[in-house]
Design a protein around this ligand. Sequence first.
Ligand code: PAP
Length: 272
Amino acid sequence: MEQHFKSRPTDLLLVTSPKSGTTWLKAMIFATLTRTSYPLDQHPLHTHNPHQCVTNLERVFSTGRRQIIEAIPSPRVFNSHLPYSVLPQTIIDSDCRIVYVWRDPKDVLISMWYFSGKIMGGADKIATFEEVYDSFCQGVNNYGPIWSHVLGYWEESKQRPEKILFLKYENILQEPVKHAKKLAHFIGCPYSEAEENQGVVEQIVELCSFGKLKNMDVNNNEIPSMSAHNISPSYFFRKGEAGDWKSHLTQEMAERLNTIIEEKFKGSGLKI
Ligand code: PAP
């Protein structure tokens, strides 16, 4: 990837460990950037899944279609699941900005468990929940241990807050309007006073809300780039809540995972 990809200073990169809010933030970033390009009631997000609106960097390169990336006009928006330590140097060195979103790892685990079951055609086709939980506690996760993923971006965001906006899924759920404004400011298109007075921020939040996206017609149909991987667009919308782990983990399981993460986060200033 390093040899073929040249980051532009205007690029925006959304990074997440999988199941931490990728779909939601793809929608938020895309809607924020394009809010004046369409009347909001005719915005592409009414008819397109957010994954059709933002290009995944790894997938483009793994399929050898890197010309797609060069052809995208600026400002380009990508998403990636890569840990900070393996990001292409061109991204680190350029002035492009990174939005990083993390989520309570206990909910990431539950979300991934259901998603894997759907892709594989049933929970009985994957390892037992206890086995998956155990592996997760040992750091087994797509794109590396979740704590290393989060800490990599956290540490860098402390050094370069103008480069990395570090957000938490649960905080966005709690205060979506505040975070929508913060995001718009960071990506260089803050809401004007007139927009705020007209309720545009609330409209963008609503356009990207779980209830709105989950119920779109497009999610009941096949999207070829997804069905090739046995993925239905509906798989990206399950509950969209904070704390679903409470219905799946015993107190002992939750405490064990919390203890591991607290230990890993020690001294970093980060708390679950
Ligand atoms: P990905 O990394 O594979 O693209 P990602 O979008 O990060 O997946 O994760 C899906 C989770 O985000 C699901 O969580 P759940 O399993 O706990 O329900 C999904 O429901 C949630 N999600 C998707 N869209 C939204 C949204 N608009 N608001 C809040 N949560 C959302």
